[in-house]
Design a protein around this ligand. Structure first.
Ligand SMILES: [Zn+2]
Length: 266
């Protein structure tokens, strides 16, 4: 827990990364906890979600109209907002911007939040990467965009991994294991990413996959440095008292939200 801090207002609790707080004059960021009946929905905005967005905006004095939430569908599409243009996909799982007052927010229920920030050029990317997004390397794609289109140097990019389902609880069968083996041959050869378990379900043998480790290795391959790769080390299943988890909550699950916004220069 040492790389993160927990904060609370009367209405909402959220975690923040110490590394990103070094830049709090320029950047707002948060990842919500579920206390105080805070919860979000991916596919529809119900009353709880509406009130939760209000609480989140109140905590940071953000006008709700500044919120941008993409229609998340486990794609590798990333929306972009810059001076030249706005690129909006119908479905997307990330937002990149170098403009102030774009309040990027995404929702997660066991999937991994990747918060990217480059303080020199002031570029943010707020990314949703479930196992499908990890296979599509959406986090790496965001970093490549930051480097190629926003003049970021990889050694300046900070990458924070939020809470997500971690290896011990992420059990898959041969079908999903094979998708990872095809996509990450080299990484799997050299690292302890896939572990065979003694468990079986109706689909057969079960394996554990370390999706966060894959994402960390992808970041290092792109040139990010160790001290700028920060992991909350929190499992949403193990910590379902703090976070919403689809695995724990079942059909009517709610989600946690990430928020990143560049402040306007005064
Ligand atoms: Zn766990």
């Amino acid at each position: 827990m040492s790389d993160i801090i927990l904060n609370k207002t009367k209405e909402i609790e959220y975690l923040q990364f110490k590394k990103l707080l070094e830049f709090q004059n320029d950047l707002i960021h948060a990842y919500t906890l579920k206390n105080n009946n805070v919860g979000f929905k991916r596919y529809e905005k119900d009353n709880t979600a509406d009130i939760s967005y209000d609480k989140l905006c109140n905590a940071f004095n953000i006008n709700k109209e500044l919120l941008k939430y993409p229609n998340q569908q486990h794609t590798d599409n990333i929306c972009e907002y810059n001076k030249e243009k706005a690129v909006n996909f119908k479905e997307a799982d990330g937002i990149i911007t170098n403009l102030p007052n774009i309040a990027t927010t995404l929702t997660f229920s066991d999937c991994l939040a990747i918060l990217l920030y480059e303080p020199k050029n002031k570029v943010i990317a707020n990314i949703h990467s479930g196992w499908k997004g990890t296979v599509k390397k959406i986090g790496a794609k965001a970093v490549n965009k930051m480097i190629n289109k926003y003049d970021c140097r990889p050694e300046n990019i900070i990458c924070c991994f939020g809470p997500s389902i971690r290896k011990d609880h992420f059990l898959v069968n041969d079908d999903v294991k094979e998708i990872f083996e095809n996509e990450f041959q080299d990484i799997i050869k050299k690292n302890d990413v896939i572990e065979e378990t003694e468990y079986r379900n109706e689909k057969g043998k079960q394996y554990r996959i370390d999706t966060v480790l894959i994402n960390k290795i992808l970041m290092k391959e792109l040139g990010l440095i160790d001290e700028n790769i920060i992991d909350s080390n929190l499992c949403t299943v193990c910590n379902s008292n703090m976070f919403h988890s689809r695995r724990v909550e079942g059909k009517n699950y709610q989600a946690n939200a990430s928020l990143m916004m560049l402040k306007s220069i005064n």
